[in-house]
Ligand binder design. Structure first.
Ligand code: GLY
Length: 359
């Protein structure tokens, strides 16, 4: 097991990464006081791992609620299911939640914990690659709105993140690839050596080689937790973690949440951000090709669906949370291993990128 600490003063917390951690309930119990516990999971992950987690938490007695799975259910209704279950069972302010699942369950549970009776603690038990490398770490919680992805939410840090890499065994190839998109993002924004390592090891990752996945999760969490420690509230450097997300969120919203997986949209979004950077002269065409090749080898798309035109995507991009004074800001790569947040981009170059014109 490898343990990293997200350094946030009094709200610092550990991320435990390793195979078989679902059975090590002590990692969670040691972070809880005397709260009543409710596990929030979904109808896919629950049948696989809920009993195992409950058994490892003994002697704690825990209840659970299972939500419908999928990004299309990251909404008010699912949130209400959590609140109703808690209120019906008389959960008070001495309660805590445990998210058992991927990014959707984690974001919903975290947001429910942020606002239930004005805030209770929660724990992230991440069972998808995307959650283990990104969404479970850093305290961003949210639900989607029909006008945009993650539009209603709160910053609320978990007490501990437990990433049992053995749970990746049951992940389908599409979900695995979606997580790899975020892994590739870390190499692109921060670490050229990690990017090169991914180029060498992408086949092993797709084949779920245990050591390769372990390294990918650990290195991704090291990069993310260092950035979150410096900029918890996303007021500066943390925006770099959003490379590909302005385009990606627009694709997700335009298609309808759940049509593409978040990581798939981010992959296409990263290729688009890189293409725009090439058009503006900040990124080499050869680097763009390397990125696209790596994404494709991971089984990911490198362009938005053909039927979504520039106008449709532009409309959704305008609602991005990074926009300032109505002006879109984008994270663009500046060579592999570096990225910048900028509001300086050429409208024609953006339109050509949104239309997926060849470079
Ligand atoms: N997923 C981007 C962030 O946590 O800031």
């Amino acid at each position: 097991m490898k343990t990293l600490i997200v350094q946030l003063g009094a709200r610092s917390y550990p991320i435990h990464i390793g195979a078989g951690l679902l059975s090590q309930g002590m990692l969670i119990r040691e972070r809880l006081q005397k709260e009543r516990i409710c596990i929030v999971t979904d109808d896919r992950v629950g049948p696989l791992y809920l009993d195992k987690l409950k058994a490892s938490l003994k002697p704690l007695v825990v209840e659970s609620v299972a939500l419908p799975h999928g990004e299309e259910n990251k909404d008010w209704e699912a949130l209400d299911l959590i609140f109703t279950a808690l209120l019906k069972s008389g959960y008070g302010r001495d309660s805590a939640l445990i998210a058992l699942g991927g990014g959707v369950v984690g974001d919903l549970t975290g947001f429910a914990a942020a606002v239930y009776q004005r805030g209770i603690p929660y724990v992230q038990v991440a069972t998808t690659l995307l959650a283990q490398v990104d969404s479970a770490v850093g305290g961003k919680t949210a639900i989607n709105h029909r006008y945009g992805k993650n539009m209603v939410g709160a910053f609320h840090q978990p007490l501990v993140v437990v990433s049992d890499t053995a749970t990746l065994d049951t992940l389908d190839p599409r979900q695995l690839a979606a997580g790899l998109a975020e892994v590739i993002k870390y190499g692109l924004i921060r670490d050229i050596r990690f990017f090169e390592w991914l180029e060498t090891n992408i086949q092993q990752l797709v084949a779920k080689d245990e050591d390769a996945l372990d390294h990918a999760v650990v290195r991704s969490c090291e990069i993310k937790s260092a950035i979150v420690a410096k900029d918890e509230r996303d007021e500066g450097e943390r925006a770099l973690l959003n490379l590909g997300h302005t385009f990606g969120h627009a694709i997700e919203t335009a298609l309808g949440h759940g049509e593409w997986l978040h990581g798939e949209a981010v992959a296409a979004g990263m290729a688009m951000a890189a293409a725009l950077a090439v058009r503006q002269g900040g990124f080499k065409a050869t680097e763009h090709r390397r990125l696209c090749r790596l994404l494709e080898r991971a089984g990911l798309p490198i362009a938005p669906p053909a039927h979504l035109g520039a106008e449709e995507l532009r409309k959704h991009m305008a609602r991005d949370k990074k926009a300032l004074g109505g002006k879109i800001r984008l994270v663009l790569p500046k060579g592999i291993g570096q990225a910048v947040l900028t509001d300086e981009f050429d409208e024609k170059a953006l339109e050509a990128t949104l239309d997926n014109e060849p470079l």
